[in-house]
Structures are given as C-alpha cells and as structure tokens.
Design a protein around this ligand. Structure first.
Ligand code: SAM
Length: 184
C-alpha cells in the first residue's frame, strides 16, 4: 500500500503528463511520509532521492535524506547521490499553515519559488519540474521565469486533491538552461 493519500495525486499527475520514465534520476522534495517516493520508484525511476525536514522511513529503491532543501550544500549532495543531474524535480512541499489564508498562500508560493531555483541548479537539460502552488496559479513572476526556462508550463488539479482545497500543481517540462541564462 501507499504511505499517504498524497500518493494518488502523483499517480494522477503522472498518468496525465507521463513525467516519470524508466531510468530517470528523480528528486522528491517534501517526501515524508514517503508516498510520492514509493510511486516514483514503482514507475521505474532508477535513482530516486526523497528529502524532508522530517525523517522518512526507508523506501526500497530510493535514498532518503532528513534535511532542508535550502541547505547550501544540498544541490551538490543530491547530484552526487544521483550520480548526475536530475531529470525530474518534484515538490509536494507545504509550509506549516497559520490559518490566515493570505499568509499561507504567500508562504507556499515562496516555497515553490525556492524549489524552482533549487531545480535550476540540479536539473539536466530537458528535465521537468512539478510543484504544489495555490489556485489562481503561480505568482506572475514565477510563471514568467518558468515560461522562459521550460518548453511547456501547465497547471493541474489532480482529482485526488480535495475539491475544497485551493491546492494546485504547476507542471513544467523541457528545461532549457540556455534560455535561463539569457533571462537572468
Ligand atoms: N508527498 C508526500 C507523500 O506523498 O508522502 C507528502 C508531503 S507533505 C504534504 C509536505 C512535506 O513538506 C512535509 O513533510 C514537510 O516537512 C515538508 N517540507 C516543508 N518545508 C520543507 C523544507 N524546507 N525542506 C524539506 N522538506 C520540507
């Protein structure tokens, strides 16, 4: 069985966008308790690292790290564990909620933006990026950056995501590091 209900969201996203391909190197940000990590391994990725602030019980076929993705040493650590740059960076990260909707929205977007810049450091050319955002889509600036740096940027709300939650995922494919350099 899957360790989390969240696993079904990734299954649905992957059924629709075919993100995980056999042999890929994949990073799972905000992995605890490990549902997405299980799905990534099951779908044939060859090197998988799940990372969370909280401990994650071992997942066969993956490495799990307890730590903060914003740790300056993390990109290098992940590239070394994956034995190369990542083909896919997935983030189901969520900050602790305050109950104050505007604050929570800002925090989740901040986290997604940080995850995007993290992905720029570890993604191989042609790679993909998925992050949890909020309804209304990504922040304009983030979306613009993503459109520069990826061939295709889409939003999706997987059916397993509660209808009454404003959670949404941004799905970017076809990383173009050369375009990124021009934009910055
Ligand atoms: N996808 C997971 C699964 O299927 O089991 C569920 C992820 S849960 C919704 C979000 C996670 O993001 C939390 O476990 C939280 O600790 C983690 N998180 C939040 N900020 C983080 C950070 N800066 N670095 C690493 N993990 C973080």
């Amino acid at each position: 069985g899957w360790r989390s209900r969240a696993a079904f969201k990734l299954i649905e996203l992957d059924d629709r966008f075919h993100l995980i391909q056999p042999g890929m190197r994949v990073v799972d940000l905000g992995a605890a308790p490990g549902g997405w990590t299980q799905v990534i391994v099951k779908r044939g990725a060859s090197r998988v690292v799940g990372l969370d602030l909280l401990p994650v019980d071992p997942v066969a076929g993956a490495d799990v790290i307890e730590g903060d993705f914003t740790d300056p040493e993390m990109p290098e650590k992940l590239i070394s564990l994956l034995d190369g740059k990542a083909d896919l960076v997935l983030s189901d990260m969520a900050p602790n909620t305050t109950g104050h909707a505007p604050t929570d929205h800002m925090r989740i977007i901040g986290l997604a933006e940080e995850a995007l810049h993290f992905a720029f450091e570890i993604l191989a050319e042609g790679g993909g990026f998925v992050a949890k955002v909020f309804q209304g889509g990504s922040e304009k600036a983030m979306l613009e950056t993503m459109k520069q740096a990826f061939t295709l940027v889409r939003h999706a709300k997987p059916p397993a995501s509660r209808k009454d939650s404003s959670e949404l995922y941004v799905v970017a494919t076809g990383f173009r590091p050369d375009r990124l350099k021009q934009a910055q």
